[in-house]
Design a protein around this ligand. Structure first.
Ligand SMILES: NC(=O)c1ccc[n+]([C@@H]2O[C@H](COP(=O)([O-])OP(=O)(O)OC[C@H]3O[C@@H](n4cnc5c(N)ncnc54)[C@H](OP(=O)(O)O)[C@@H]3O)[C@@H](O)[C@H]2O)c1
Length: 269
């Protein structure tokens, strides 16, 4: 980021990729952070540990009034300045469609897509007023390729990616860059990837939140259009377009089953 005050908001900052992103952004001179998630104690502890000014909003982003609460906080605490929004909060509740049905699809869409759209709608006027500014949407490699039992999650992330591409084209003229980050398997509270880390043959494909945080920095202040983390996960997305039948066969075969991991969301149910 350039010198001078730069206000950055990170959703899902209480754990995982969001915490790592807050720590990464805090290294830039002049940064002020707005940390958003539901667990206030974790946000308060993180804010106190950072080397820059950091305020927080403890809110459930699926609540109807959440976007206005966040905007009012930025106006009251940061004078309405906003240079970066990282839409990172999200979750997965793995289930087949036969088990989870439309209820599970709706649950994913509410948090991973609609909450992002509503928050962005409330904050876009502030970002435009502070341009050059940026939005980074944290989707997933699962927003390019879908596997069994992750259909609802994939649907929400496919939606997020399509909307992000369009917003990128629309907001360019207004100086609001819209970046996209698509993580693969990253060890976090919500996505522990325990099954993959337990086996030597799959351990290497699990990466760390700090790597995603660096990609978020590149796609926000660094103004890159998009990044996969780790980068080789892009091959799966390319294969889906170039060799659709083969990719589908591979992803629905027995070997793909060994890449299925339990998420914290489904463990909590
Ligand atoms: N880790 C991976 O393997 C992976 C892969 C691809 C994509 N992603 C994406 O990366 C993003 C971050 O995930 P993560 O891996 O860092 O998982 P995580 O550790 O579970 O973090 C999720 C964050 O979202 C917040 N959150 C969840 N529901 C919320 C709600 N209703 N309102 C407000 N905040 C809410 C959580 O905080 P509170 O519980 O305190 O609200 C937490 O800070 C997600 O969008 C996820 O889909 C992760």
């Amino acid at each position: 980021m350039a010198s001078g005050k730069r206000v950055a908001l990170v959703t899902g900052a209480s754990t995982g990729i969001g915490t790592a992103t807050a720590i990464r952004l805090a290294r830039e001179p002049g940064t002020e952070l707005v940390l958003v998630a539901r667990r206030e104690e974790l946000l308060r502890e993180l804010a106190a540990s950072l080397p820059c000014r950091a305020t927080h909003v403890a809110v459930d982003l699926t609540d109807a009034e959440a976007p206005q609460r966040v905007r009012a906080h930025i106006e009251a605490e940061h004078g309405g300045s906003l240079h970066l929004v990282v839409n990172n909060a999200g979750a997965a509740w793995r289930a087949s469609f036969a088990e989870g049905g439309s209820t599970n699809v709706r649950r994913h869409m509410e948090l991973n897509f609609e909450a992002v759209v509503r928050l962005t709608e409330a904050l876009l006027p502030l970002l435009r007023a502070c341009a050059p500014s940026a939005i980074v949407n944290v989707a997933s490699t699962a927003g390019r390729v879908a596997r069994a039992r992750t259909g609802s999650y994939s649907a929400s992330k496919f939606a997020l990616i399509g909307w992000t591409d369009s917003l990128y084209a629309e907001e360019k003229a207004n100086g609001v860059h819209v970046g996209l980050v698509m993580p693969g398997f990253i060890q976090t509270e919500g996505f522990p990837a325990t099954e993959l880390r337990e086996k030597a043959v799959t351990r290497w494909i699990v990466s760390k939140p700090a790597k995603v945080a660096e990609a978020i920095y590149e796609c926000g202040p660094g103004r890159k259009p998009e990044r996969y983390v780790p980068r080789p996960y892009a091959l799966a997305a390319h294969a889906r377009i170039l060799f659709p039948s083969l990719t589908r066969r591979v992803l629905s075969g027995g070997a793909a089953g060994s890449l299925t991991t339990k998420t914290a969301g489904e463990s909590a149910d």
